[in-house]
Design a protein around this ligand. Structure first.
Ligand SMILES: Nc1ncnc2c1ncn2[C@@H]1O[C@H](COP(=O)(O)OP(=O)(O)OP(=O)(O)O)[C@@H](O)[C@H]1O
Ligand SMILES: [Mg+2]
Length: 288
């Protein structure tokens, strides 16, 4: 099955030794999904801010070269990063305690839409390596939808600790989500866990629960891939409003129930990073 997914997105076996770590960055976590519009960017932003609130050094890289939404969601729209004239190194912008870099800071909204694969790969490579990230415990990467150039470039150029895979509960989103997991699997990026987004809608008037996007799908996926569900985030108007306003809900209203869910997600990601790094260290390296 993984081979089918690899054929579909043209992946090849990758030599893990070809990946170069970025100096100063301890862990790279991709927030991904095979499907568009499931809430990857919203998850990435709130996860990054929640990790920073827990005292970690956090970076957030917008890898959605065609449709960058991080400048807006992080309240940094219209800002330009400083560039070192001699070295051409970019300095990330910062908000809510998170260092942020996005192609959206550098080109107009329409400009990147016409880029082809190699240009996307080049731009992403630069955003990863030609940025003065400094010392980071974790760099969160907001991935574009699908299993295309950005996913391959990322997984082939830097060691990615793992992916947080976002899905909505219904079948169609899960099918795309499976493709995403299989693709990362093929390029040796483990799945840290599944986030079921828009899990349930709780009516603000009667407190009744509605499963607008169905229910139970993430459990099936989790069992199939032997991966934990690390959070179930409800469909919540405040998440959307604060996302649009550039004030992630974990920062805007830290006492909200949903903010607590994002903080638990951040803790789960930290725990998983620990488990996966330990696993890497304890796997014996075969000679030759
Ligand atoms: N849990 C949620 N409750 C309410 N609205 C949400 C939730 N998660 C995301 N949204 C909203 O859904 C829309 C899509 O979310 P987002 O941009 O994060 O998705 P995406 O997967 O990154 O999309 P794309 O594939 O286009 O990059 C946004 O308007 C966002 O505010
Ligand atoms: Mg997005």
């Amino acid at each position: 099955m993984a081979d089918d997914a690899a054929k579909q997105c043209g992946t090849k076996q990758v030599d893990p030794k070809a990946k170069q770590p970025i100096q100063g960055i301890k862990n790279i976590v991709a927030v991904a999904s095979g499907k568009g519009g499931v809430g990857k960017s919203t998850t990435a932003v709130n996860l990054a801010v929640a990790l920073a609130q827990q005292g970690q050094q956090v970076g957030l890289l917008d890898a959605d070269i065609y449709g960058p939404s991080i400048p807006n969601m992080m309240g940094l729209k219209g800002r330009k990063p400083e560039v070192d004239a001699a070295s051409k190194i970019l300095y990330p912008l910062e908000n809510f305690g998170v260092k942020v870099m996005s192609i959206g800071f550098l080109v107009g909204d329409e400009q990147a839409m016409i880029w082809r694969g190699p240009m996307v790969a080049g731009a992403l490579g630069q955003l990863l390596k030609d940025v003065a990230w400094g010392e980071l415990d974790v760099l969160i990467i907001d991935m574009p939808p699908g299993t295309g150039d950005a996913q391959l470039t990322l997984s082939q150029t830097v060691p990615v600790t793992g992916a947080v895979v976002v899905t909505t509960p219904q079948d169609i989103a899960l099918i795309d989500c499976k493709k995403g997991i299989q693709m990362f699997d093929k390029v040796h990026v483990p799945t840290l866990g599944i986030v079921e987004n828009m899990s349930v809608f709780i009516c603000p008037h009667c407190q009744g629960e509605s499963h607008i996007f169905d229910q139970g799908g993430a459990e099936t996926l989790s069992a199939q891939f032997n991966t934990d569900i690390i959070a179930k985030v409800p469909l919540n108007m405040e998440i959307r409003k604060n996302g649009d306003a550039g004030t992630p809900i974990v920062a805007a209203d830290p006492d909200a129930e949903v903010a607590k869910i994002y903080r638990q997600m951040a803790q789960a990601v930290t725990d998983k990073i620990g488990v996966f790094n330990k696993r890497k260290i304890t796997i014996p390296v075969m000679a030759g």
